[in-house]
Design a protein around this ligand. Structure first.
Ligand SMILES: [Zn+2]
Ligand SMILES: [Zn+2]
Length: 340
């Protein structure tokens, strides 16, 4: 039986339907899992994404020829039957299911199995072959639960507010920033945002996704507005001159899966690290893979060789494929553009 999907220099390709999924070079037809820049690139002849992901794609890529599809809706493309299913990664993110002559392959894009209260929760899709990332494919990566995370972040913010410090929270601008905002207790103080974060907020609000009130940080923002404030900004902005407008009395924190590693926390000189990610942790990866029922697994990026070996020991037919996707970074977070 010929493969449902193949791995080409342009990206993941479906010969039966003559389309690519999250290609990294220009192709005529691209199916896109979500709006992060390593998955949604410019220059494609035509795009297909979920209706929820499309506004962010337009915001980032401009006036592109794009068609949308709802979660669970089925579409015939050439000899392939295609549908998109929630990946729980960021609002609108999808796993793409491709069926050709009864054989089902799923491209997961980026995903997490824990519900974040903002994205449609991850939905396991049964398949014969599953293509997965493994950014955090080591047992040391174990995320803080949503409830504990909420208490930790609000506790840190409240302590800072009492002590007259501004709370600076680094989180990438599509997904993580909004997800954390969603957990904040606005009775503690005002929520201020960097332009890159606020740009995404505006797109999501316009499509009906509820977010707490935020104030964009501008050069003329008065001093009173900064009192008891929490500032949400891309991680790179926290160490630069941008952050200096908040004075010397500030506390910086990063919210990232990498905060699980003590060495990374130390090197970043962050006052606090919150262990959270929009990618699956070790347990999440294993749980998601098992739930697909797939025998054949392809790992695309992350701790690929260790994780492939682990899967093989569990009885899977596991392979590494080389792609141009990137996992969660700290300074190049999901390779997004940090411009407003
Ligand atoms: Zn992503
Ligand atoms: Zn990615």
């Amino acid at each position: 039986m010929s493969a449902v999907l193949t791995f080409t220099p342009e990206g993941i390709y479906c010969p039966a339907g003559d389309f690519h999924i999250d290609p990294w070079r220009p192709v005529p037809r691209a199916l896109i899992t979500h709006g992060h820049a390593d998955h949604a690139r410019s220059g494609m002849g035509h795009y297909l994404s979920t209706d929820i992901a499309a506004p962010v794609l337009r915001h980032r890529l401009g006036d592109i020829p794009i068609d949308t599809i709802r979660y669970g809706e089925s579409r015939q493309i050439g000899g392939a039957q295609v549908s998109f299913h929630p990946a729980g990664h960021v609002p609108g993110s999808a796993q793409i299911r491709v069926e050709v002559a009864g054989e089902v392959w799923v491209v997961s894009g980026d995903y997490k199995t824990v519900a974040d209260g903002l994205s449609d929760p991850f939905e396991p899709v049964r398949c014969h072959a599953f293509i997965t990332e493994c950014t955090f494919g080591l047992p040391v990566f174990n995320w803080t639960g949503q409830q504990d995370l909420t208490a930790q972040i609000n506790g840190w913010w409240a302590d800072n507010a009492e002590a007259g410090r501004v709370s600076m929270l680094g989180a990438y601008s599509l997904g993580k920033a909004q997800r954390l905002m969603h957990l904040l207790d606005p009775s503690i103080g005002p929520i201020l945002t960097h332009g890159a974060v606020e740009g995404t907020n505006a797109v999501l609000r316009a499509q009906g996704i509820a977010l707490p009130d935020t104030t964009l940080v501008t050069p003329d923002l008065d001093k009173a507005a900064k009192d008891r404030a929490i500032v949400i900004a891309p991680p790179s902005a926290l160490s630069g001159t941008w952050a200096q407008r908040f004075g010397a009395s500030r506390s910086s924190a990063f919210a990232s899966g990498w905060m699980a590693l003590r060495g990374v926390r130390r090197r970043r000189a962050a006052d606090r690290g919150f262990v959270v990610s929009d990618h699956a942790d070790w347990a999440g990866l294993n749980e998601a893979i098992k739930a697909t029922g797939a025998e054949k697994i392809f790992v695309t990026h992350g701790y690929t060789s260790v994780f492939r070996r682990w899967l093989e020991e569990q009885g899977y037919d596991a392979h590494i494929v080389s792609t141009e996707y990137e996992g969660e970074g700290l300074d190049t977070p999901d390779t997004e553009a940090e411009t407003p």
